[in-house]
Design a protein around this ligand. Structure first.
Ligand code: AMP
Ligand code: MG
Length: 505
């Protein structure tokens, strides 16, 4: 491929970017080397300058003239070594021995100023040996959904892959009808999944599992290296991170939608935003995905599914845990015992903080759960209830009136408040201080499904990206008020409601 000429005033360009590709140094059975498939007319529609800077890419390079071609896959930077990773999965509980990156290509890795190594991946970059019947492409709607929701998660402080850029390809892609093609540039602390381990487990390749586990320890869990039993420490760390990740989703009303084992990152980051969504009205059994008929991945199933997925990971590690099968099994079981305590600690403390009682005491947790039950019964909006509750300690009457109306029968809230108010006055915290603490954990803005859909519709139908820009501008700092954008705080009205989101293909 031709070298790329310098394109920024600082002289920095994509060719001078020091990709350092540790995954490409792993055995050949881990991936297939291949370049992205060029597209007709690449056009950059969004770059994330702030993220670029944070991860060590000169923002000038990112918005430079060659970027569209690089980020759509028409040019490959000199030190990149593009590849598609292989993995397997349990999809909706069914074993699939080989999946792999069917439409994503890893350009390589970059080590940031924070010394963190990150993958730079193009999603929608063309077919690979793992594409099966797929076309290797992505379309604008799902690409925008992933960009918006992953950046919202980052704003909320939830561990996640990130979105560095979006390009349109100038090609139409067939889905239910023709749709504009797009490529997402995804940044992850790695793309290793439970399914990556499962692939080698299915191949009965114990040596590959050891190589992968050692790689993961070096890259993500270096403290496990010094533990008495490093692989067991790895399992505990992944179990604990996953438990905390799921708790953090539940505390903001997020439903991942497709928690298959290929969509469960070993790093503990949220990955693969397909038919995901934030709830408006709270109901614990909410399911969004049109393909999740059984409710397997509904809101209240997520913690146990997280453990189910990590148990599949544990199975792949058994030969590394002990030479004796029984001992290995016992060791894995013990390691997995960290899961529920870690989930509960995060969820209990987090939920208590949402009602202004950060200690996480048992009685406070019961009080918070009682509120959730009342919200479910009364179809109260998850995000607004907690946000408006922030103003309640200061005795703001207008705010309280707004809060009550979120409940079909406001008396059901009043009853709860009757227990909560004496409790918050008990510990002597100043009302202003409590309000501040509550506002720091109860966001005003989440990517409401109807707003995400509206942003997608404007972009797809009129190439108007303003609604997306407006949405992103509040989601970067979701705990602030953003006067002038109040409408983005509101739940969908009956005719705006989107009840299902479809698989991100
Ligand atoms: P996902 O549902 O996005 O987690 O994808 C599951 C598997 O299907 C992964 O191996 C993807 O790479 C693959 N896949 C999804 N969409 C496509 C597509 N349009 N072309 C090729 N492979 C795809
Ligand atoms: Mg996936």
């Amino acid at each position: 491929m031709d070298a790329i000429t310098p394109e920024s005033s600082s002289g920095a360009d994509w060719d001078s970017l020091p990709f350092d590709n540790s995954y490409a140094r792993l055995p050949k059975s881990f991936f297939t080397r291949l370049d992205p498939t060029p597209v007709a007319t690449p056009r950059l529609i969004k770059v994330n300058q702030r993220l670029a800077k944070a991860i060590g890419i000169d923002p000038e390079i990112l918005s430079g003239p060659k970027s569209a071609e690089i980020l759509a896959g028409n040019l490959v930077p000199q030190t990149a070594e593009p590849l598609a990773m292989v993995y397997a999965a349990h999809q909706f509980g069914n074993w699939v021995p080989r999946l792999g990156d069917g439409r994503a290509i890893l350009l390589g890795e970059i080590v940031g100023p924070d010394q963190i190594r990150r993958d730079i991946q193009l999603k929608g970059a063309g077919p690979t040996p793992y594409s099966r019947m797929g076309d290797g492409r992505a379309v604008l709607g799902p690409v925008m959904r992933e960009y918006i929701v992953s950046e919202a998660m980052a704003g909320l402080g939830i561990r996640t892959t990130r979105a560095l850029a979006m390009t349109m390809t100038g090609e139409m892609v067939m889905r239910e009808g023709p749709e504009p093609g797009a490529v997402l540039t995804r940044v992850a602390s790695s793309h290793i999944r439970v399914g990556t381990f499962q692939y080698f487990h299915g191949q009965r390749d114990a040596e590959a599992i050891r190589r992968l586990a050692n790689y993961v320890i070096d890259r993500h869990y270096p403290e496990a290296r010094d533990a008495a039993q490093p692989y067991r420490a790895l399992l505990e760390a992944v179990a604990g991170n996953t438990a905390e990740l799921v708790a953090s989703w539940m505390l903001v009303g997020f439903i991942h939608g497709v928690m298959n084992t290929d969509n469960t990152a070993i790093s503990g980051e949220t990955i693969d935003y397909g038919p995901c969504a934030f709830m408006d009205a709270f109901h614990p059994q909410t399911v969004f995905s049109s393909i999740d008929q059984s409710g397997r991945y509904g809101y209240d199933q997520q913690a146990s599914i997280g453990l189910w997925n990590i148990t599949r990971f544990a199975e792949t590690l058994l030969p590394l845990l002990d030479a004796d099968d029984e001992t290995a099994l016992a060791s894995a079981k013990q390691a997995l015992e960290v899961y529920w305590p870690r989930f509960e600690a995060a969820f209990h403390v987090g939920l208590c903080a949402k009602i202004g009682l950060p200690g996480g005491a048992k009685g406070d947790f019961d009080l918070a759960m009682d509120l959730l039950n009342r919200m479910a019964q009364q179809k109260a909006d998850f995000t607004l209830t907690f946000r408006r509750l922030c103003d309640a300690p200061a005795g703001d009457h207008a705010a309280k009136a707004m809060l009550r109306t979120l409940f079909e029968d406001p008396a059901v809230f009043d009853e709860w408040e009757g227990q909560w108010r004496p409790r918050i006055t008990m510990d002597g915290t100043d009302a202003i201080q409590r309000r501040r603490a509550m506002r720091a954990v109860n966001p005003a803005f989440i990517p409401r499904n109807h707003q995400v859909q509206r942003a997608i519709d404007f972009a797809t139908q009129a190439e108007d990206f303003q609604p997306m820009e407006d949405l992103l501008s509040v989601l970067v700092t979701p705990f602030e008020d953003h006067p002038g954008h109040e409408e983005l705080m509101l739940p969908a009205t009956a005719d705006q409601a989107v009840t299902q989101t479809f698989c991100g293909t």
